[in-house]
Structure formats: C-alpha cells, structure tokens
Design a protein around this ligand. Structure first.
Ligand SMILES: [Zn+2]
Length: 414
C-alpha cells in the first residue's frame, strides 16, 4: 500500500513537472528570423519550452490567438525614457526647467506605454540631464515596483567640454548639461564612474552640432575615443556613439564602438568600414521625421526638407554597403509607445520587411549581447507579443499589439 502511494505521488510529481504554464496558439509565428504557419509555443515559468509545429501539449492555460502573429517582444534600440516629445516641451526646457522628480514620474508612464505597445526590452541612450534616474527606474522595473520593459541604460553619457547643450549662456551662468563633459585622460575616471553608477554600456557623442554655423563636427580625438572604449571593454561593456558627420563616424568606428546612432553624413566608404567591422547602424528615422513635422513640414514628398532627403540617401548607402541595421527611433523625441513608427519608416525608406522585423527582435538581441532574447526558440526567455494580422504583408499591423508577455508574465491580452 505504502509503495503504491509512493508510486502515485511520483507520477503526480512527474506530470506536474512536465506541465507547461501556457500554450499559445497563433495563426503564425515569426521566430526572430523566419515566419512559420501552424506553430504553437509553450511556456513554463519564464522560459519558452517548445516552439514548433502544432502538437498536443498539456498546459495550465491555453491562449488562442486567432488571426494573430506571435513574435518576440520588440527590442527598442534607441530610447530616452526621460524625454517627452519636443512639440510638448523643448529639449532645453526639459533639461533646464523640469525637475528630475517630474521627469521620473513621466518616465514611469513612458515605461508602461512602451510595454503595452509590445516593447519588452529598451536600450536607453542617455538620461539627458537627469543623472542616473534611468538606473533607478531600471531597478524599479526589476523589483516589480512599476511595469516596464527590460532596460539597458547608459546613465549620463559622455560629451566633450563645450560641445553639448543647453548652451548660449554667458560665462557667469552655470546650467545643468544634458550629459557629462570630460576630456583627455579624465575620460578614464568618468567612464569608470558611469560604470560604477550602473551604466550597462557607455554612450559617447563623437560629434555634435558645434561646428561653424551649427554644423555637425567631430568632438573627441580618436585617442580619446579609444580610451573610453578600452576602459568600457575591460569592464565587459561596449560603447555606442552618436555621430552624424562622416569624420565623427569614422573616428568612432576606428576606436571600436559597436553601434553608430544617426549617421546622416556617412559616406559609402564609411558604411563599408562599418560592415567590415560589424558595427551596427541605428538611423533613428522617426526622430528626424518628427522634428521636421514639429518645425512645420507638412509631411509631403514635394516639400521634403533637406534633412529627410539626407536621411534617405544615407540609408541607401548603408543598404548598398550591407551594414547591419539597428531598430531604434530615438523615441522620446516622439511619443513613447509609438516605437513602431520607426519600423514602418524603415520599410518606407526601402529596408526589406523581414529584415526590419529581424532587426527589431533577433538582430538587436544579437547586437546588444542579449543571448537569451529576441527569438522564439526553446530555452529562450518568454518575452512574446501578438499582433493582429501578418506584419510581413503589412508592417503597420505592429501598431495593433493585442498580447504582451514579458518574462513569462502576461501584461496584456484581449
Ligand atoms: Zn538619442
């Protein structure tokens, strides 16, 4: 009798162990690289335990996703959770007038809006004058205090003395800067200090609009950039560079940064160098588009401003060179939660749809060293979203996210 009971307890324990928490049944699955029909996905705790052709799988909860595409949670490559759209408040006033408390309160809303829009990971590219509030917000998400995507944060970011804003005050006035200024050998200390305060990677401004008549001109020397990269690398972190001028981009690439942000002035030769050195290109199309609209552009092709034409031309050169593209819109310049505007524009600007979907999932995971994210595969983390329809046929369906799971927890379902 005792033996029989033990036997049944063992069976019960075994079947409990084998049971999955969720079985997701969409019309199709985009696994981060390819689209599959008639697949199902099983999740246990926070892990994907099965992804493949439909079969009988026992799960505590079956989620029917009729007419929908299941895909990995979106990985935003360039956000500023501590900024809100410039047509609401100018960047200068956000940095100079709004308190860090107000900006953090706004960021709480931004994080929720992002997660509900299907963004389960965000690489945030600088607090823009809000110190290490990004590190604190990341910790609040991790502790479950507030809902939000997984965060990779830059902290203050590094600029060369005299190059960044807010600027234009007389010498007696000290204002908070949008990033931390440092030069020469002091870059060693500042890079280490930012790492010590919780930066997951280092963001540096390799150029800025401080040239004659406000044109983008290089800031740091190659040696200075190499110093930042060496210090970051020895701590296991990488460096990303804001760069719009060809020379700024070239210096950053030579120094060993892993992604270039903006890149409007990149020559074909520079993009080829990026391809050769496996440096990712984050064009931030949506930000430039939004800023042009804020300054009066009607959005028509006939009245296209020079900055939009430049952006299109730079993307054509990047495509020609075969550079890996990073999905990242510089969201914050435009409303948080509208991240996929960037994907829609990538397609509009000539980037292949499947490549765009790959970039916002498996591609970004790969570039950002996220080994267990961005793919719907066995043993990957359960960050999954569902959109209405098929994004390969119509990229705008990404605006209709009806299901969000992050780390095995369902945040949205309808
Ligand atoms: Zn940015």
């Amino acid at each position: 009798m005792k033996n029989t009971l033990t036997f049944f307890l063992l069976i019960a324990a075994f079947s409990l162990k084998a049971q999955h928490d969720y079985l997701l049944k969409p019309d199709r699955v985009f696994d981060g690289t390819e689209m599959h029909s008639d697949w199902v996905v099983a999740v246990k705790r926070n892990i994907i335990t099965y992804a493949g052709p439909a079969k009988d799988i026992s799960a505590k909860q079956i989620i029917e996703l009729k007419g929908k595409t299941l895909m990995p949670g979106i990985i935003e490559g360039h956000s500023h959770i501590l900024l809100h759209p410039y047509n609401e408040t100018s960047w200068n006033d956000q940095v100079l007038v709004e308190s860090v408390a107000e900006r953090s309160a706004r960021a709480v809303n931004h994080l929720k809006a992002s997660l509900m829009a299907g963004v389960t990971t965000m690489r945030d590219l600088g607090s823009e004058g809000a110190g290490y509030a990004d590190v604190g917000l990341k910790q609040a998400v991790e502790k479950g205090v507030i809902p939000g995507p997984r965060l990779l944060v830059a902290g203050k970011a590094i600029v060369a003395t005299g190059s960044y804003g807010p600027a234009g005050f007389h010498e007696g006035v000290t204002v908070p800067l949008g990033a931390e200024a440092a030069d020469g050998t002091d870059l060693v200390r500042v890079t280490r200090d930012q790492i010590g305060h919780g930066a997951d990677f280092i963001k540096v401004y390799a150029d800025y609009r401080w040239g004659p008549n406000g044109v983008a001109a290089p800031t740091f020397t190659v040696e200075e950039l190499k110093t930042i990269v060496a210090v970051a690398k020895s701590s296991g972190r990488y460096v990303v560079a804001h760069a719009s001028s060809d020379e700024g981009m070239r210096r950053a690439i030579e120094a060993g940064v892993e992604t270039i942000e903006h890149g409007d002035g990149g020559s074909l030769e520079t993009f080829r160098l990026m391809k050769e050195k496996s440096v990712g290109f984050c064009p931030t199309i949506a930000a430039g588009h939004s800023i042009s609209l804020y300054s009066g552009w009607d959005g028509s092709e006939a009245n296209e401003p020079g900055r939009i034409r430049n952006k299109k031309a730079s993307i054509n050169r990047a495509i020609e060179a075969g550079v890996t593209l990073v999905f990242g819109g510089d969201v914050g310049v435009f409303p948080h939660g509208k991240n996929v505007i960037e994907a829609i524009m990538m397609v509009e600007y000539g980037i292949n749809v499947k490549q765009t979907l790959h970039s916002m999932t498996a591609g970004n995971a790969d570039l950002f060293h996220l080994a267990d994210l961005g793919n719907i595969k066995k043993d990957f983390l359960a960050d999954l979203i569902a959109v209405d329809g098929n994004p390969l046929e119509d990229i705008t369906v990404l605006e209709q996210v009806s299901f969000v799971m992050k780390d095995g927890v369902v945040y949205k379902t309808n």
